[in-house]
Design a protein around this ligand. Sequence first.
Ligand code: 4AD
Ligand code: MG
Length: 432
Amino acid sequence: MTQYSSIQEAMHKGSGKVSVRGWIHRQRGSNKFKFVVLRDSSNIIQCIFEREKFDKKWDEIDHLQVEASLEISGQIKKDERAPTGYEIQVESYTIVGLSENYPIGKDQSVEFLADNRHLWLRSQRMIAILKIRSTVFHAIHEYFRNHGFFEYHSPIFQAVQCEGGAELFSVDYFGKKDVFLGQTWQLYAEPAIFALEKIYTISPSFRAEKSKTSRHLTEYWHAEMEMAWAEFKDIQDHAEGLIKQVVKKVLEKHGPELEVLGRDVKKLEPTAKKPFVRMTYDEALKVLDQKCKMKVQWGKDLRTIEEEKLTKLYDVPVIVTHYPKVVKAFYMTEDPKNPKTVQGCDVLAPEGYGEIVGGSHREHDLEKIKKRLVAQGEDPAQYEFYLDTRRYGSVPHGGFGMGVERLIAWICGLETVKDAIPFPRTMERYKP
Ligand code: 4AD
Ligand code: MG
């Protein structure tokens, strides 16, 4: 049996006989040679077929097209002219799967690439993003596990809203209509802190948002944590710690991928090294007014444009705290010093990428929660299971949720979150 190595391993070996397998990334021919750039998940390498060696099979070799799959054995050697500095002189080969008229070439429209997403995944760009995505998920798990959190899972079929009823996807659940796809794990996570104290998840969340922006998906991956005995500051500290760890890991591991994406790593380094900027909503309004000449009326949420202007002033994420109660969810703790505001925070990514984390301390006062549910048009009776968390041994607690695609989009410097996920789902697209 042939022992195959990855292209990266073969280049590491650098000389002698190697066997590799993969797909044709590029090809060109002359009547003496066929140049094939072979791709596998690790890298690409130039392979040369010499007509003299394969005269009887030349027709077959000459007709090989982009994305055909091949097994190749031959001699590897350094060659400055080759795209990755090495080439393989082919001695034997097997065609595993032919390919004909691969539809994806240069300069195709965004729409065409979206229709052919299943093929576009093979591009060097998507490969780089998907590798970084894998590391981001790994780093999130690592951060929480290193800090004593248990992985815990909430249901996706849920019977209550948490972040606003307008954005719920309802499901026909055996004819019942009060079932939704989860927007967040939160209301089913809070009950579990009484069992496990510190928990986290990475799970899909669903939002029926009619926004056609570069920041909104209808299905996205949500990294969430919830912890007992937490003060508001603990929540902010963990959000900062988590983002730092993820960025550090990506910088350590993915220099080549960030280069493929044209990402300037200098833009990421401060986040790995320096403390984040923290300011209250009131301070944010002052900074926006003084430095950006933007007046925001107190009580209004920060809009995308304001978040953009604010974050462009700093080279690290900005944690904005103490938003007005009216713009935030019903479960956030009123600030004792100013009950018009809540102990909630958003983490805004640099370079105008905007909100990547939303979190808060959780209101413990049962009557206040009920009142705020009613104010939002909800029936507290539907929330009895949740309200029990405040009846039997309630403790101070809190948590946050991070949009993983938003984090990846910023780390990779992408124009849209759609490129941060293999098959993006938006208001307009749910196929292929
Ligand atoms: O700010 P949000 O709505 O907060 C919550 O869901 C809390 N219950 C989380 C918690 O405390 N456990 O959402 C959290 C994050 C946002 O900051 C954003 O990064 C991401 O989820 N997000 C989206 N990402 C992509 N597409 C969308 N449509 C998103 N909506 C929210
Ligand atoms: Mg939010």
